[in-house]
Design a protein around this ligand. Structure first.
Ligand code: ADP
Ligand code: ASP
Ligand code: MG
Length: 407
C-alpha cells in the first residue's frame, strides 16, 4: 500500500462534472488500496476573478486582505470535491491550509511554507479517509491567512508529500506532462518521459508555468518523487528524475519563456564605485526583484546600466529611479515593458560547445534583434521584443530539433 499525494489544477476542477471526474479518479486510487491526500486549486478562472474584484475597489489592495479573499477560491473546491467523494461512497474530509496547519511566514501573497503539522492528516488516513487539502494557502504564526503566490497549489502538494514522506506526488493538469516547450505556443512540442530535476528547476524559474518553481525546489530539497500527468487522459506523464539518465542526453531539453518582463536602462551614469548599489539599492528596498543585470564597458567616463524586473513592478521601479538617476548625474532613464525572455535549457550544454552561437544564429536568421543575453552552465537566455516571442520559440524549437526524440 502506497501513500500518494495528488494535486488537481484549476482546469481539472473547473466544473461540477470535472470535480466528479476527479472524485472518480481519487476513489479508484483508494480502491487499489492506496492512501490518498488530494490537493486542489480554485476552479479555473476563480483566482483571476477574485483579483479583479479587489482591483475594482483599489489599485493596490492591502496584501493581507487580498490573501483572505484569494484563499476562498480553494475553500470552495475542497468542499465540493469532498461532497463528490462522499456521494461515491468514498470517505473524505476537507481541510483549509490553516486547519491542517500549514504554517508559513507572513509575506502575504508570496508566503513560504515553514512547517506542516501532519497529525490530523495521518489520523484521517488511518481511519480510511481521503484527505482533501486546499492548495495555495497557509497561516502565519499570528493566525493570519496567507497565500503562496500564483501556481502555489503545486507547492502545497509537494510540501505535503515531503512532510508525509509520500511514495509519489502526482501533479494532474491539463497537459499530459512536461513538454519541450509550452504546447500552446509550439504545437509540435514533444512530451518528455523524464526531465532531470535540475532542468525542471531552470525551466520553472525561466517561466514554464507547468510547475511553480518553489514546488520544484521543495521536491529537490526533500527528494520527493514528482510526476506531471493529465487529468483527462491515461498515461505515464513526465517523471522529474534525480538521476541523469545513462542514455544519450539531448543537448537541449527544453525552451522556456517569460512574458512578464520589463527592462530599465539608466543611460550615461558615471563609471565609478557605488553605481550598481546606488541604482539597485532603492529597488531592493522597495522589495522589487531584479532578474538580469548588464553594465556596459565604459566608453568615455560613463556607462549604461540595464536590468530587468517583473512587468508588474515596472512603473514603480521607474518612479523610484527618476530621482536616483538625476541625483547621479545620469543622462537619461529609459525603459521598455514590451519585452520577453526566451531561454534554452539542457544539462547537455555542459559538454557541448557552440550552443549559444547556434541560438543567436537562429534568431538572426529570423531578423530578431537580441536586446540582452545571460548564460549559466545549463541555460542561455535572451531578451527580445514581445512581438517576436512565438516566432523565436518556434524557430529555436526547429533549429534544435526538439520535436524529435533523441536517439
Ligand atoms: P494547473 O491549473 O493545472 O496548475 P497550469 O496552467 O498552471 O495548470 O499549468 C499547465 C500549463 O502549463 C499548460 O496548459 C501549458 O500551457 C503550460 N506550460 C508551459 N510550459 C510548459 C511545458 N514545458 N510543458 C507543459 N506545459 C507547459
Ligand atoms: N488558484 C491559485 C492560482 O490560480 C493557485 C493554483 O492554482 O495553484 O494561482
Ligand atoms: Mg499551475
Amino acid at each position: 500500500m502506497a501513500l500518494i499525494v495528488q494535486k488537481y489544477g484549476g482546469t481539472s476542477v473547473g466544473s461540477p462534472e470535472r470535480i466528479r471526474h476527479v472524485a472518480e479518479k481519487v476513489s479508484a486510487a483508494r480502491q487499489r488500496g492506496d492512501d490518498v491526500v488530494v490537493v486542489v486549486s480554485a476552479m479555473s478562472g476563480e483566482t483571476d476573478r477574485l483579483v479583479g474584484l479587489a482591483h475594482q475597489l483599489a489599485p493596490r489592495p492591502e496584501p493581507r486582505e487580498l490573501d483572505v479573499l484569494l484563499s476562498t477560491g480553494e475553500q470552495v473546491t475542497i468542499a465540493l470535491l469532498s461532497i463528490a467523494l462522499q456521494k461515491l461512497g468514498c470517505a473524505a474530509r476537507s481541510y483549509t491550509g490553516a486547519q491542517v496547519r500549514i504554517l508559513t511566514d507572513n509575506a502575504f501573497n508570496k508566503a513560504r511554507i515553514r512547517d506542516i503539522d501532519e497529525a490530523a492528516v495521518r489520523k484521517d488516513l488511518s481511519a480510511g479517509r481521503v484527505v482533501v487539502v486546499a492548495g495555495f494557502q497557509g497561516v502565519d504564526e499570528d493566525g493570519n491567512i496567507t497565500t503562496l503566490g500564483r501556481g502555489g497549489s503545486d507547492t502545497t502538494a509537494v510540501a505535503l508529500a515531503a512532510a508525509l514522506k509520500a511514495d509519489e506526488c502526482q501533479i494532474y493538469t491539463d497537459v499530459d506532462g512536461v513538454y519541450t516547450t509550452d504546447p500552446r505556443v509550439v504545437p509540435q512540442a514533444r512530451r518528455l518521459a523524464r526531465i532531470t530535476f535540475e532542468e525542471m528547476l531552470e525551466m520553472a524559474s525561466l517561466g514554464s508555468k507547468v510547475l511553480q518553481i518553489r514546488s520544484v525546489e521543495f521536491a529537490g530539497k526533500y527528494n520527493v518523487p514528482l510526476r506531471v500527468l493529465s487529468s483527462f487522459q491515461e498515461g505515464e506523464g513526465t517523471l522529474i528524475s534525480f538521476e541523469e539518465s545513462q542514455m544519450e542526453q539531448p543537448v537541449i531539453s527544453g525552451i522556456a519563456f517569460n512574458r512578464d518582463e520589463a527592462k530599465i536602462t539608466v543611460v550615461g551614469v558615471p563609471d565609478q564605485p557605488g553605481v550598481a548599489y546606488g541604482i539597485l539599492g532603492p529597488i531592493a528596498n522597495a522589495n522589487i526583484e531584479v532578474d538580469m543585470i548588464v553594465q556596459n564597458v565604459a566608453a568615455d567616463a560613463t556607462t549604461d546600466f540595464t536590468f530587468t524586473v517583473h512587468r508588474r513592478d515596472y512603473s514603480q521601479a521607474i518612479d523610484i529611479l527618476r530621482d536616483v538617476a538625476s541625483g547621479m548625474g545620469a543622462r537619461e532613464l529609459t525603459g521598455d515593458n514590451k519585452i520577453v525572455k526566451i531561454s534554452i535549457v539542457g544539462v547537455g550544454m555542459r559538454s557541448h560547445a557552440g550552443i549559444a552561437s547556434k541560438m543567436f544564429q537562429t534568431l538572426s536568421k529570423e531578423g530578431i534583434n537580441i536586446r540582452m543575453i545571460s548564460t549559466s552552465e545549463i541555460k542561455v537566455s535572451v531578451v527580445v521584443d514581445e512581438k517576436y516571442l512565438e516566432l523565436g520559440v518556434r524557430a529555436l524549437h526547429d533549429a534544435f530539433e526538439l520535436e524529435r526524440a533523441p536517439k
